[in-house]
Design a protein around this ligand. Sequence first.
Ligand code: UTP
Length: 297
Amino acid sequence: MVRKVTKAIFPVAGMGTRFLPATKSVPKEIMTLVDRPLVQYAIDEARAAGITEFIFVTSRGKSALEDYFDHNLVLEQDLKSKGKDELLEVLNATNMESGAIAYIRQHKALGLGHAVWCARRLIGDEPFAVMLPDDVISADKPCLQQMVEAYEETGGNMVAAMEVPNEKTSSYGILDTGQNVGTVVRAKGMVEKPKPEDAPSNLAVIGRYILGPSVLYNLNQKKKGSGGEIQLTDAIAEDIGNGVPVFGYKFDGQRFDCGSKAGFLQATVSFALAREDLREDLNQYLHDIVSSDRAAQ
Ligand code: UTP
């Protein structure tokens, strides 16, 4: 029987250089889509999938992230005394149970694989999820929940997968698949950031994983891969060679790359348009600027 996945690692120790100068003092994961920080979307998705232990791999300068999950008693008291019940509810939904969150430091940004490895002692000998908060996925059924349900049937390792244009393969881990049919695709191999001419397919790995402890053993070797970093993709690919299956899960939903400025802006517009309180005004504004832009051309 496949063991239940109750732990998730959130690697947030990267430097977020694409958002400088903001990320000089604001962690990327605290930046907001409308009024909710990126990390809140990831936490909500994890909870929906049955995760009860949340492990953040952080680094210097990320204290705002730790503060975000603290109860703010002064603010709560103030809202209560003023009868602002709706806001109080918004705030309460972000509170985490004591002891549910752990923070581990990655002392040097040696790569995503290394960040995950830093959490090994808190994982022990059980399967775990990895979630990258800058991949935001809008879906009727949250992506990790879809994956957990599929994983209960398959076991092994599972990565979220999405088809990308051929010219974009060098931005992703890419799956080498035999037949690419159906929602769950067994991988024959995985390559980190291949050039389009070297890519075995255009099925890219997105920031949601369900992995077995064997991946952590593989990471013990701390082998450097693409870009001189210790890559999670390489450690998962090694499992394939050792006979542990790896499945790509083609999730149902729209993924936004909020680690890039263009993706972040698209997500902001999309999430704002999904909000009843903002939709009408924003729609009108977008319509007006697109029309005046067209008229100017
Ligand atoms: P990115 O490749 O997006 O890097 O990392 P980054 O530092 O966050 O952003 P840029 O490219 O400089 O703008 C993907 C994920 O892996 C984590 C990041 O925090 C992000 O969630 N990561 C990356 C680590 O935790 N440690 C690392 O050493 C590298």
